[in-house]
Design a protein around this ligand. Structure first.
Ligand code: 5GP
Length: 206
C-alpha cells in the first residue's frame, strides 16, 4: 500500500471520501443504493474483484471482474487505494475511479469491508468519513444472511465468524449506524454527509 498515494488522493481533490463498511448482511448495499438515489452529489466507486460474476451482475456496474493475474498486476502497479481478501476472494478500490469521481466534484462512496475501511482509516485526512453500518443484533444479522438464500451453510457460518471480528473494530469508525429501519438509517447517513460537507468546505476555504 502506498501511503503517499492515498494522502495525495485525499488532499488534492475536493470531494469527500465516504467509507461505508460493516458486517456482511448489515444492509450496506441497499443503503448505498438509496443514498445514490436520494443525493445526486454522491457517486459510488465500483471496485475490482476476483470473485465470479453472478448471473444478474453487469461488468462495471456491481464490480470490475478481474482474473487473479489482472488483480495482481493492479497491486504491483499500485493501482489500489486499498484491497483485501474477503470471504476467500480479493476485492480492491481502484485509485483511478476514486480520483475521477472526486475530481468531478462529487463525493465518493466506498462500500467496502472492515479490513479495507481500516486501511483507509490509518491514512485518512479530514476529507474521509468512516461509517460503520450494523444490524440491530446478532440474531437479526443471522436472519438477514440466512434470509437472502445466497450463501451455503458453511458460508453463513464463515460470514458470522467474520462479523464477530468486524464488530470489535466498530470504535475505529467515526460513526455507527444501526440499520433497523432502512429509511431511518439512510436519513441518518444523509444528515452526517450534509454536516461533513460543511466541515470539508470550511477546511478547503481556510
Ligand atoms: P460481495 O461479493 O457480497 O458483493 O461482497 C463481499 C464483501 O466485499 C462485502 O463486505 C463488500 O463490502 C466487500 N467489498 C466490496 N468491494 C470491496 C473493496 O473494494 N475493498 C474491500 N476491502 N472490500 C470490498
Amino acid at each position: 500500500m502506498d501511503t503517499n498515494g492515498i494522502v495525495a488522493e485525499t488532499t488534492d481533490t475536493k470531494g469527500l471520501l465516504i467509507v461505508i463498511s460493516g458486517p456482511s448482511g448489515a444492509g450496506k448495499g441497499t443503503i448505498c443504493q438509496e443514498l445514490l438515489k436520494q443525493d445526486p452529489g454522491l457517486a459510488l466507486s465500483v471496485s475490482a474483484t476476483t470473485r465470479k460474476q453472478g448471473p444478474q451482475e453487469v461488468y462495471g456496474r456491481e464490480y470490475y471482474f478481474y482474473t487473479e493475474n489482472a488483480f495482481q498486476k493492479t497491486i504491483d502497479e499500485d493501482g489500489f487505494l486499498e484491497w483485501a481478501e474477503v470471504h476467500g476472494h480479493r476485492y480492491g478500490t481502484l485509485k483511478d475511479k476514486v480520483r475521477e469521481i472526486r475530481e468531478s466534484g462529487k463525493d465518493c462512496i466506498l462500500e467496502i469491508d472492515v479490513q479495507g475501511g481500516l486501511q483507509i482509516a490509518q491514512k485518512m485526512d479530514t476529507s474521509c468519513v468512516l461509517l460503520f453500518v450494523k444490524a440491530p443484533s446478532e440474531e437479526e444479522l443471522l436472519k438477514r444472511i440466512t434470509g437472502r438464500q445466497r450463501e451455503s451453510r458453511e458460508e453463513i457460518k464463515r460470514r458470522m465468524m467474520t462479523a464477530q471480528w468486524e464488530m470489535t473494530q466498530e470504535e475505529k469508525y467515526h460513526y455507527t449506524i444501526v440499520n433497523d429501519h432502512l429509511a431511518d438509517a439512510v436519513e441518518h447517513i444523509l444528515e452526517i454527509i450534509r454536516e461533513e460537507r460543511k466541515a470539508n468546505a470550511s477546511t478547503i476555504h481556510r
